[in-house]
Ligand binder design. Structure first.
Ligand code: ADP
Ligand code: MG
Length: 140
């Protein structure tokens, strides 16, 4: 086990329902520290670039429209095994399949509006963190 960092995004469906604090509580209770955080409105170009890996998927245009539909909170989480730990805290992509007690089971609305993003590997975490934060923005 190692101390890792992962990129988290609280998505527009969650900020719209004022769930930022409730979601952050899940991270902190599970032992992940929020070491950087910023509330922003993604531009269309940012959303398309961030989700470029999904550009061939049928849901790509809808996903980018959703992610620019309201404020998001981009954040860096730090802790033991943070990438996988956060995926466990988040739950499955489709809230209908997410284990009870996970963020997506508690708060997700649909497979698209599923409240949170989390990096899926340490390699992608480094890329995704650098997409939004300078090293000097992150205070561990
Ligand atoms: P995850 O966020 O769990 O890593 P993916 O990387 O597969 O999931 O997908 C990225 C995001 O795209 C999801 O979180 C969700 O918002 C959206 N998405 C995934 N699959 C679908 C789908 N079948 N229909 C609509 N949106 C989807
Ligand atoms: Mg993913």
């Amino acid at each position: 086990m190692a101390i890792e960092r992962t990129l988290s995004i609280i998505k527009p469906d969650a900020t719209r329902r004022n769930l930022t604090g409730a979601i952050n509580q899940r991270f902190e209770e599970a032992g992940l520290a929020i070491v950087a955080q910023r509330r922003i409105r993604l531009t269309e170009a940012q959303a398309r670039a961030f989700y470029a890996v999904h550009s061939e998927r049928a849901f790509y245009d809808d996903l980018c429209a959703f992610m620019t539909s309201g404020p998001v909170v981009v954040q860096v989480l730090e802790g033991e095994n943070a990438v996988d730990a956060n995926r466990t805290i988040m739950g499955a992509t489709n809230p209908a399949n997410a284990d009870s007690g996970t963020i997506r089971a508690s708060f997700g609305e649909t497979v698209e509006a599923n409240s949170v993003h989390g990096s899926d590997s340490p390699e992608n975490a480094a890329i995704e963190i650098a997409f939004f934060f300078a090293e000097t923005d992150i205070v561990g």
